[in-house]
Design a protein around this ligand. Structure first.
Ligand SMILES: Nc1ncnc2c1ncn2[C@@H]1O[C@H](COP(=O)(O)OP(=O)(O)OP(=O)(O)O)[C@@H](O)[C@H]1O
Length: 762
């Protein structure tokens, strides 16, 4: 496909690449020096100047991180134009500071780099030649040229693909257990999604292996590059299905800048809770349904109780000397009911409406106490003065004093806690789920079976991911009170310390890798100069915290952009939570409704978004499968036909010539089979996918990994052994989708193992 290459071409590119690395080294060295200076600067000066300097440290640390990440494959491409000009394309942009900041290397996200992904022989966009430059460490080891000239280009086996040689190289490479970036071979249909407008909800529907995850991550990088200011301020949330998946994707684009991106699972989205407990999928399904909105609201109004009988309140002794004696007052149900009505009608969330409730009761009791002191015998006497309104013996000031006392009264306070308790979201949800009585009262519209599924004691045994949207809903109903704000401040401080420690680690890391050994010993590394705690103390000013730091601890944080991967798995309750975090509705949602495994997950995108934006969302489709060879996809397509008869399976780019193998063995022979397959791996990774297993642990680094379909979601391996496909399909109402997921994890080889019931090997 390429034009003839000469050693001279490689030499010339080697010179350019060496020059680019020299420039990168110089920039990195200077940033390390500046970071060190900034950390070492005396801690005097104004609070403002300290905070500014600390945010400068964060900026330098971020830059260093991004430059470190660009080390491998810094420059990977070149465009030659008809005009005779050319550009080099790379992972970051580099400029010549001695020559009017002329561009030396174009960032792949910049508009000028776009033809690298879009230009074709049919539509060359002024490009004469596209060159892929392959490097190992800092050495150029090869170049692939494509001349964009219809007469010179051989007919492609896959029309619509660009850079086929490099693409096939990337797809055939052995997997490492960690996802890699695709900046060198982004395809046109992917590029259009990556660079799509920031605003609105963009849904990317695509079958397995079509690059949805890759596209979502590159889009995050593109958006941060293009809308840096807005997104650095508000941050980007990337939501993934589980922790294994997050660690699988965490290294894809380290240059994303940790200050702006928060990578999370649903289980982490309620800041004080780490929801990791697992539960039956049926229980998660009940928790995920919108019926829970009413259940929680009813559960809360059930907590706003009214006594059946008048209640005696024996005031504490502290009130003597205020013009009335220690008294027993009577709190009647009617007063409580009125107070409750007032508080409810205030329109405030529960905890914030409590003062309305309390004031109403206090006013009634103060009046009662005042009346007990008796009435002024001269009240009706026109000469009797005007200091006794209502004819009471006590005047206004006295009554105000009584109210003040009542507000402080501990006996009354604890009574009021029964009728209008201050509640945390954890209490409201936890005490509801743990109590059949409360559940039945609040969830009258659910069946007894559903109520039993809900029953659990999360305060004792821990929270599940499906509890998180319930906690968030509860928090909305309850409102934020002072105690929350204090807890938030405390959490912010802890986050700051953690972040500052990270910055110190980076400085230490960069110093030791970039500077000659003998120089290193003479230098003060940041850790010597200032410890993390002091660094954090200097960063108290909120405005200088990064968006990611603040968002991590603030339940109500609204993100500049929200990216959801494996979005088909989210329940309606989870979408409610996410929409609260995204009031501007700037979202990228990637998923495949044919792969939905969670019972409360989505089977149609319009059903998900209609409640929030009606039809104002846009959909893009990815149609090419870069992972699974055609032979495997053929088997998977039969399962897809059972899930969604109209759905078209994605088109595989590759054929391996090897169809999936179906074998029947005794269960005891499985380890031997796994060992045999592993020995043929040649450096890649093997997954054994099973219907169920006890452990949540998944070690992606290991050569052979056993996992359930849920754990395998979004991942890929060179060889996949699917154990007992029948069991996978029959173990859930969405078993066909689960099997479809399992079958589409392999990049090279798929083995289907069925156990022989009579124990014989067929
Ligand atoms: N343009 C590309 N160049 C090279 N590799 C690509 C490209 N697009 C996708 N890939 C590779 O294809 C594989 C599948 O991509 P990805 O995991 O993003 O797919 P997905 O649509 O999220 O799949 P699933 O629905 O199964 O989770 C990955 O190894 C990815 O790196």
């Amino acid at each position: 496909m390429g034009a003839a290459l000469s050693i001279d071409d490689i030499d010339a590119e080697q010179k350019t690449v060496a020059m680019l690395y020299a420039r990168l080294d110089a920039m990195r060295e200077s940033a390390v020096l500046r970071l060190r200076e900034s950390l070492r600067a005396p801690s005097g000066g104004t609070h403002q100047s300290r905070s500014e300097r600390d945010s400068a440290s964060t900026m330098y640390a971020d830059q260093i991180r991004q430059w470190d990440a660009a080390e491998h494959g810094l420059c990977f491409g070149r465009l030659d134009y008809d005009s005779g000009d050319h550009l080099h394309i790379g992972r970051i942009g580099l400029f010549d500071d001695e020559n009017d900041f002329e561009p030396l290397l174009i960032d792949w996200r910049a508009p000028a780099a776009r033809p690298f992904y879009l230009a074709t022989a049919a539509s060359p966009q002024g490009v004469r030649r596209r060159r892929h430059i392959r490097t190992r460490l800092r050495e150029v080891i090869g170049i692939d040229d494509e001349v964009l000239d219809l007469s010179a280009t051989p007919i492609s086996t896959h029309p619509g693909l660009t850079s086929e040689a490099a693409l096939l190289g990337a797809m055939n490479s052995a997997r490492t257990g960690r996802m890699k970036d695709i900046v060198e071979t982004i395809q046109a249909e992917q590029d259009r999604i990556i660079r799509s407008d920031l605003n609105g909800i963009l849904v990317v529907q695509g079958g397995p292996g079509t690059g949805k995850t890759a596209v979502a991550l590159h889009r995050a990088a593109y958006l941060l590059y293009t809308h840096r200011e807005a997104l650095t301020r508000r941050g980007v949330l990337i939501l993934g299905p589980n922790e294994t998946f997050l660690s699988y994707i965490s290294q894809v684009l380290p240059g994303l800048g940790e200050t702006s991106v928060l990578l999370r699972t649903l289980g982490d989205l309620f800041p004080t809770v780490k929801a990791r407990r697992s539960e039956p999928p049926e229980a998660a399904a009940v928790k995920g349904s919108l019926a829970m909105v009413e259940v929680l609201s009813k559960a809360l109004s059930d907590r706003q109780a009214v006594p059946d009988e008048p209640v005696e309140i024996e005031l504490t002794d502290e009130h003597e000397g205020f013009g009335y004696q220690r008294e027993t007052l009577l709190l009647d149900p009617e007063t409580c009911r009125r107070a409750r009505e007032r508080a409810r009608r205030s329109g405030k969330p529960h905890n914030l409406a409590r003062p309305v409730f309390v004031e109403e009761i206090v006013a009634a009791l103060a009046q009662q106490a005042a009346e007990k002191q008796g009435f002024d015998p001269f009240a009706d006497d026109p000469l009797g003065g005007d200091d006794a309104p209502g004819g009471l013996l006590l005047d206004d000031a006295d009554v105000a004093e009584i109210r003040k006392d009542l507000r402080r009264d501990r006996v009354l306070e604890s009574r009021l806690d029964e009728y209008w308790p201050r509640l945390t979201p954890q209490q409201l949800v936890g005490e509801l789920l743990a109590d059949f009585g409360r559940l039945r009262a609040a969830a009258g519209h659910l069946s007894e079976a559903e109520i039993e599924l809900l029953h659990a004691d999360p305060l004792k045994h821990g929270w599940t991911p499906a509890d998180v949207p319930l906690l968030d809903e509860a928090a909305e109903l309850l409102g934020v009170d002072e105690a929350d704000a204090e807890a938030l401040a405390a959490r912010l401080r802890r986050e700051q310390i953690a972040y500052a420690e990270g910055v110190l680690d980076i400085t230490a890391g960069s110093v030791s890798t970039d500077i000659e050994v003998d120089e290193e010993s003479e230098m003060l590394i940041a850790a010597d100069v200032i410890d993390a705690k002091r660094l954090a103390e200097r960063q108290v000013d909120e405005q200088f915290l990064t968006a990611a730091q603040r968002a991590a601890v603030d339940r109500q944080w609204s993100f500049g952009h929200v990216i959801v991967d494996e979005a088909q798995e989210l329940s309606p309750m989870a979408w409610r939570l996410l929409m609260r975090r995204s009031p501007n509705r700037s979202m990228t949602v990637v998923g495949d409704v044919a792969q939905t495994g969670d019972l409360a997950g989505a089977s149609s995108w319009s059903a998900v978004f209609a409640p929030y934006v009606a039809s104002r969302w846009r959909e893009a489709e990815l149609t090419v499968n870069y992972r699974t060879p055609a032979e495997i996809m053929e088997v998977a397509a039969k399962v897809l036909a059972r899930i969604a008869p109209q759905a078209r399976p994605p088109q595989s780019v590759r054929e391996t010539g090897v169809p999936p193998e179906e074998i029947f063995i005794e269960a005891e022979a499985l380890p031997e089979l796994i060992a045999r397959e592993a020995s043929n791996l040649d450096g890649g990774r093997l997954a054994v996918i099973v219907a169920s297993r006890d452990s949540n642990e998944v070690d992606l680094e290991s050569e052979v990994v056993t996992l359930t379909v849920r754990q395998a979601k979004g991942l890929e391996f060179d060889t996949v052994i699917v154990v007992d496909p029948q069991a996978i399909e029959s173990s859930s109402p969405r078993g066909a989708s689960d099997l479809y997921v399992a079958l589409t994890r392999a990049t090279q080889r798929l083995v289907l193992v069925t156990f022989d019931s009579d124990g014989s090997v067929r």
